[in-house]
Ligand binder design. Structure first.
Ligand code: FAD
Ligand code: DHB
Length: 403
C-alpha cells in the first residue's frame, strides 16, 4: 500500500480478528480490494489465547479458502463430547446424532496466524498498530476511515466499511443511537481459564455441572490442556493461586476411575459471561460483524464460529454488489445474520444456564431444573440430537460458493 496520506480501497476493514481476516481473504479471492486496520501488533494477535472449537461449517470454509494446510495437519477432530454431573459420565455422540458431523479443536490464534500469513503471501494490505481510527460519512456514498500509523495521519477512502473490531471496538458507535437497538444480559458468573503444559486427561471435551460450579476440560494438542472454572465475576486473578485452581478442578471433575493431570500453568485469565446483540448490523455503508455486534456466553463455543458465519454472508453480498451491481444480498445482510445470531444466542444461553451454578439459588430451584434437563438430554435421543446439531452448528446462510 502506498504511503500517501490519502488512499483508496473498495472495503475498509477495521480489526484483524477472525471476522476481519476471513472477510479480507474471501474478498481477495474474488479480486476485491480491501485494507485491514488493526490496533494491536502481529505478535500479540498470534499469541492471544481464546477460542478453540471450530464448527464443521467453519472448517469447510477455511478449506475452501485454501488456508487449512496446517489445520488439516495439526487440528484434532472430535466425534463426541462428555456431559458430567452427579459424579457420572455421559457421552454425546455428535457424529452419530448429526449424520457424521464433527467439531475440530484448533486454537483461535492458530486460525489468525494462518490468515495473517495468507494475507502477507498475497501482498495485500494489513496495517498493524494503527491508532485513533475514526469513521466518517458512513451514511454517504463516500465513507472514510481516518487513523494514525507510524505517527502519520492517514485517510482511507472506501466504498464500504466492515466493522470487525470486536466488543470493545469503535465501529458500533458510528451507528446513531436512535437506530441501534441493544439487547444485553450479564450473567452472575465468569470463567477462569488456564492453559497447562500437560497431556489432556480426556480425548474429548468434558462439560461438568457441579454444586460448586461449572468446569470444562478442553485441549489444544497432545501436550496442552485447556481448563475453565466458573468463578465470581468480581474475582481477581491474584485470588486464584495455582493450588486453589487445581483443588477446585479436582473437586468439580471428581468421578470414579478418572484422574485430572496437573502441569505448569502457562496462561490464565478471567472472562465475563455475557449475551449481547445489537441491531441492525448495518447502517448506510457500514457493516458490523462478529463480536462488534454480538457476544454469546462461551459455554456453547460459538463466538468465533458466529463471526465467521457473518462475514461469509457479508462477503457474498459485497461480491454480488461489486461484480453485478446488485445490492439485494447486501441489503438483507443484517436480517440474514440475525436469524443465526438469535438461534446461537438461545443455544449458548441454554447450555450456560443448564451447567452453571446460580449464586442466589437458595431453595435449589435452579439446581433441580438443571438436573432434570441434564437427565433428559442424556437419556432421550431426541434431546441429545438437539444438543448435538446445535453444537456442531448449521450450514452457512449463503447458497453460492464464494471461492
Ligand atoms: P476479535 O477477535 O475481538 O477481533 C477484533 C479485532 O479488532 C482485535 O484484533 C482488536 O485488537 C481489533 N480492534 C479493536 N478495536 C480496534 C480499533 N479501534 N482499531 C483497530 N482495530 C481494533 N468462540 C468460539 O467460537 N469457540 C470457542 O471455543 C470460544 N471460546 C472462547 C473462550 C474465551 C476465553 C474467550 C474470551 C472467547 C471465546 N470465544 C469462543 C469467542 C471468540 O474468541 C470471539 O467470538 C472471536 O474472537 C470473535 O472474533 P472477532 O473477529 O469478531 O473479534
Ligand atoms: C473451549 C472454549 C469454549 O468456550 C468451549 O465451550 C469449549 C472449548 C476451548 O477454549 O477449548
Amino acid at each position: 500500500m502506498s504511503d500517501e496520506p490519502v488512499m483508496r480501497t473498495q472495503v475498509g476493514i477495521v480489526g484483524a480478528g477472525p471476522a476481519g481476516l476471513v472477510l479480507a481473504h474471501l474478498l481477495h479471492l474474488r479480486g476485491i480490494d480491501a485494507v485491514v486496520l488493526e490496533s494491536r501488533d502481529r505478535d500479540y494477535l498470534e499469541h492471544r489465547v481464546r477460542a478453540g472449537v471450530l464448527e464443521q461449517a467453519t472448517v469447510n470454509l477455511l478449506k475452501e479458502m485454501g488456508v487449512s494446510e496446517r489445520l488439516e495437519r495439526e487440528a484434532l477432530v472430535h466425534h463426541g463430547l462428555e456431559l458430567r454431573f452427579g459424579g457420572r459420565r455421559h457421552r454425546i455422540a455428535l457424529d452419530e446424532l448429526t449424520g457424521g458431523r464433527t467439531i475440530t479443536i484448533y486454537g483461535q490464534q492458530e486460525v489468525v496466524k494462518d490468515l495473517i500469513a495468507a494475507r502477507a503471501n498475497a501482498g495485500a494490505p494489513l496495517l498493524f498498530e494503527v491508532e485513533d481510527v475514526r469513521l466518517e460519512g458512513v451514511d454517504s456514498a463516500r465513507p472514510v476511515l481516518r487513523f494514525r500509523h507510524h505517527g502519520e495521519q492517514r485517510e482511507l477512502r472506501c466504498e464500504a466499511i466492515a466493522g470487525c473490531d470486536g466488543f470493545h471496538g469503535i465501529c458500533r458507535d458510528a451507528v446513531p443511537s436512535d437506530v441501534l437497538t441493544v439487547h444485553e444480559r450479564v450473567y452472575p458468573y465468569a470463567w477462569l481459564g488456564i492453559l497447562a503444559e500437560v497431556a489432556p486427561s480426556s480425548d474429548e471435551l468434558i462439560y461438568c455441572q457441579h454444586e460448586r460450579g461449572f468446569a470444562l476440560h478442553s485441549l489444544r494438542s497432545p501436550q496442552l490442556t485447556r481448563l475453565y472454572l466458573q468463578c465470581d465475576p468480581g474475582d481477581r486473578i491474584e485470588s486464584w493461586p495455582d493450588q486453589r485452581i487445581w483443588d477446585e478442578l479436582h473437586t468439580r471433575f471428581a468421578c470414579d476411575g478418572w484422574e485430572l493431570h496437573e502441569g505448569p500453568i502457562v496462561e490464565r485469565g478471567i472472562t465475563p459471561m455475557r449475551s449481547f446483540v445489537a441491531g441492525p448490523m448495518q447502517h448506510g455503508r457500514l457493516y458490523l460483524a462478529g463480536d462488534a455486534v454480538h457476544i454469546v456466553p462461551a459455554t456453547g463455543a460459538k463466538g468465533l464460529n458466529l463471526a465467521v458465519a457473518d462475514v461469509r454472508v457479508l462477503a457474498a453480498g459485497l461480491v454480488r454488489w461489486f461484480d453485478e451491481d446488485d445490492r439485494s444480498l447486501l441489503d438483507a445482510y443484517s436480517e440474514t445474520c440475525l436469524r443465526r445470531v438469535w438461534r446461537t444466542q438461545y443455544f449458548s444461553w441454554w447450555m450456560t444456564t443448564m451447567l452453571h451454578r446460580a449464586p442466589d439459588d437458595r431453595d435449589r430451584f435452579q439446581a433441580n431444573l438443571q438436573r432434570a434437563q441434564l437427565d433428559y438430554v442424556t437419556s432421550s435421543p431426541a434431546a441429545a440430537t438437539s444438543l448435538a446439531e446445535n453444537y456442531v452448528g448449521f450450514e452457512h446462510d449463503v447458497s453460492e460458493r464464494i471461492v
